[in-house]
Design a protein around this ligand. Structure first.
Ligand SMILES: *Cc1c(COP(=O)(O)O)cnc(C)c1O
Length: 393
């Protein structure tokens, strides 16, 4: 009898260990990891530089609480400030917690300006997490169903539609912030266009709004820059991070620029586990190893090769709507629900995901080699072709 609550549709396999971009199940079968624990395992599995660092940290200190100074927090914060061009960081444990803190910052930012019922602009198909507030910001009726009443204070608009944003600016005097992912992940790998991001930055500056960019999935080098919005040449005021930052050790962070960095004062917000020495060490070492091993360049180069390989196989194929994304965050949209491909890929020795029903998503470790990228294409192409050729059930 199962004792774990039945909250996931799990595949019938248990993974026992991994190395690089390979993992093995408890029966000894090998898989190529095109999922990276959902954009989490930046350095793959059992990375030879990360493992001894984490072993060293576990033997020293795992957790102390935020009653005391945690020098590793300062070290990781300084690095994130350097990489982002922003000013201060709050540490927590997950993506939703980082987004929850961002929402609290936006609301208090509004209250500090005398706006008692502040509103935040959010987007269709957005995903920001599954707490009640972040679920309310999420733009997916399916994950919201059954959990009402949702939290008020969000105004929803379509992505990449400047006119819709201008309309909100004209008609909603209580707006204090715009909150979006640079590339929507769970929503189906939908990029915000660079020109759109620059327009959002302009409107936020004109109106005195905070620009809050959720880089939980697309950040930490995945697109070939540290943060995906950097391709548009903008800097946000608030940037939640999580997934890839700890290479698998749970961690979340909110990076803030000058407009937002001092909104939260002692007593306003906190977390027991957030910023503990183990998670901080994982973050520090992940960023250090990424620089040392030039993983941003690798993500850009191998991602481009992977995209080209997928385009070679799928372009013009009836049933393939679009291949999109950047670096090692790629989506292949089909014209029909394709969740069945998950099990078939597993059978073929490939870990990957399907999101938004119809989008095959590939978010592998950033250490992926070109040979491994080619292998993803070789494993995936025949499955997708057979799936599209089969009569729909
Ligand atoms: C995964 C994700 C979250 C939620 O992160 P959790 O760690 O699962 O709470 C939030 N925002 C984005 C963009 C994500 O991809």
């Amino acid at each position: 009898m199962p004792h774990v609550m039945n909250t996931y549709g799990r595949l019938p396999v248990a993974l026992s260990h991994g190395r690089g971009c390979r993992v093995w199940d408890t029966n000894g079968r090998e898989y190529l990891d095109g999922l990276g624990g959902i954009a989490v395992n930046t350095l793959g599995h059992a990375h030879p530089k990360l493992v001894p660092a984490l072993q060293d940290q576990i033997a020293r200190l795992i957790h102390t609480s935020n009653y005391y100074q945690v020098p590793l927090q300062e070290q990781l914060a300084a690095k994130l400030v350097e990489l982002s061009g922003m000013t201060n960081v709050f540490f927590c444990n997950s993506g939703l917690e980082a987004n929850e803190a961002a929402i609290k910052i936006a609301r208090k930012f509004g209250h500090d300006k005398g706006i008692e019922m502040p509103e935040i602009v959010v987007y269709d198909k957005a995903f920001h997490g599954r707490s009640i507030a972040t679920l309310s910001a999420t733009g997916n009726p399916k994950v919201q169903a059954g959990f009402g009443p949702l939290v008020p204070g969000f105004v929803r608009i379509p992505l990449n539609d400047v006119a819709a944003l201008e309309e909100v600016a004209k008609s909603r005097p209580n707006v204090v912030a715009v909150f979006l992912e640079t590339i929507q992940g769970e929503g189906g790998v939908n990029p915000a266009r660079a020109e759109y991001l620059r327009e959002v930055r302009r409107v936020c500056d004109e109106r005195g709004w905070l620009l809050m960019i959720d880089e939980v999935q697309c950040g930490i080098g995945r697109t070939g820059k540290w943060f995906a919005h950097q391709w548009a040449g903008i800097v946000p005021d608030v940037m939640p991070l999580a997934k890839g930052l700890g290479s698998g050790v749970p961690i979340g962070a909110v990076v803030a620029g000058p407009k937002a960095a001092n909104v939260l004062q002692p007593g306003n917000h906190g977390t027991t586990f957030g910023g503990n020495p183990l998670a901080m060490r994982a973050g520090v070492e992940t960023l250090r190893i990424m620089e040392e091993d030039k993983l941003l360049d690798n993500a850009a180069k191998v991602g481009a090769a992977l995209k080209a390989g997928l385009e070679r196989e799928f372009d013009g194929l009836s049933g393939v709507v679009e291949i999109r994304g950047q670096g090692l965050m790629l989506g292949i949209e089909l014209d029909r629900p394709c969740g069945a491909l998950l099990g078939q890929a597993l059978e073929a020795g490939l870990l990957m995901s399907v999101t938004a029903d119809k989008v095959i998503r590939i978010v592998p470790p950033l250490i992926l080699s070109e040979a491994e990228a080619a292998e993803i294409v070789t494993k995936l192409a025949p499955l997708v072709k057979a799936f599209l050729a089969a009569p729909s059930p």
